[in-house]
Design a protein around this ligand. Structure first.
Ligand SMILES: NC(=O)c1ccc[n+]([C@@H]2O[C@H](COP(=O)([O-])OP(=O)(O)OC[C@H]3O[C@@H](n4cnc5c(N)ncnc54)[C@H](O)[C@@H]3O)[C@@H](O)[C@H]2O)c1
Length: 320
């Protein structure tokens, strides 16, 4: 039985509690949250013990799950890692690059498992592509949300765009060559809306727009590669693949087009999406990596790399 302690039982922390309850081999020892109202609600609804001493909770657990505002990630992570506990920390890994570097070093020294909550890696619309060879040369992303004060302790780059940066860095096996970026702070002191172009050494270009001041929600990524177009709708959980039809393609919608190279048949496929709870999947994957001594799917280095690009973007925006 692995013992879990949850730090932060606000909006997302409660989703974590609900999921931990359903994972086999897990015992929730308790939670720590300085907010008395949040704590009262959780004690009443979940019957889980509230700890008033952070160290006592950490000492009583194997896993510390950190779901506190981003500007507290470093402090809570360091305490848990220094005590040799496995850590699941919500995205982004932390707030600043020196903090991220220090955490990577601490995790290495403590020899524990860390996973960062880049939950889109577990989105069923993305998982539906697992058997496809992805080698995008052009990526277009829109991640738009309505304004919500939660998450505004950091810019829209660290709050929302970080999800797409993590996915893109895991897909494009090449170093970043140049970044152009612009952004505007409208409702907070940091960019609330931003547009970014990232060029990679292998020629791939990613164009990302993120906003937390939109009227409508959207979470779409479009990948263009030599043989196909792939559309991923993270919000609606739909995936579309359009490519030249191959003789082995069965049961796909197809149509012919005349091209200078003769008639081509285009196939449109919508892979079957397996309904799944992405938060439960990421927490289960974390437990599996601990029990079977595997690499976590989004480890501290992945978290650091996404932060590094995010901060390059923020520097570009600040220079503009
Ligand atoms: N993966 C995702 O898609 C996703 C979505 C939303 C939020 N998040 C991340 O989750 C984290 C929490 O976001 P939220 O929306 O739940 O925020 P929230 O404000 O609703 O909840 C945060 C809770 O943490 C508590 N807290 C503050 N400092 C603490 C500390 N030192 N120790 C313990 N508890 C503390 C607060 O009292 C509050 O109850 C943020 O890092 C955010 O980026 C990730």
């Amino acid at each position: 039985m692995l013992k879990v302690g949850v730090f932060g039982v606000g909006h997302l922390g409660k989703f974590h509690l609900n999921n931990w309850k359903e994972i086999e081999g897990i015992k929730i020892v308790g939670f720590f949250d300085p907010n008395n109202d949040a704590a009262k609600e959780v004690t009443a609804t979940y019957g889980i013990k509230r700890f008033l001493d952070e160290d006592k909770l950490i000492d009583a657990c194997d896993i510390i799950d950190i779901v506190v505002p981003t500007d507290w990630h470093f402090e809570v992570c360091s305490k848990a890692v220094r005590k040799g506990k496995h850590v699941f920390v919500e995205k982004p890994l932390c707030n600043t690059i020196p903090e991220a570097k220090a955490l990577v070093e601490m995790v290495r020294e403590a020899n524990i498992k860390m996973q960062v909550g880049h939950v889109e890696r577990f989105n069923p619309a993305y998982l539906a592509l697992k058997d496809l060879s992805l080698n995008p040369m052009f990526i277009e992303v829109h991640r738009l949300a309505q304004f919500n004060p939660r998450g505004t302790e950091v810019s829209v780059i660290l709050d929302l765009m970080i999800h797409d940066l993590d996915i893109i860095l895991s897909l494009v096996k090449s170093d970043v060559k140049t970044i152009s970026a612009n952004g505007v702070a409208v409702m907070t002191d940091t960019p609330d809306i931003a547009n970014v172009r990232i060029e990679f050494n292998n020629g791939c270009v990613a164009n990302l727009t993120s906003s937390r001041i939109s009227m409508k929600k959207m979470r779409k990524m479009r990948l263009f590669q030599k043989d196909s177009y792939i559309g991923i709708d993270f919000l609606e959980k739909k995936t579309e693949i359009i490519k030249l039809k191959e003789p082995t393609d069965k049961n796909v919608f197809a149509f012919d087009v005349e091209t200078p190279k003769g008639k081509k048949t285009i196939a449109v496929a919508n892979p079957t999406i397996t309904e799944a709870n992405a938060i439960k999947l990421e927490l289960e994957a974390f437990v599996d990596s601990i029990l079977n001594n595997k690499q976590t799917i989004v480890n501290e280095i992945d978290g650091y790399l996404a932060m590094e690009v995010a901060h390059q973007i923020l520097n570009k925006i600040n220079n503009n």
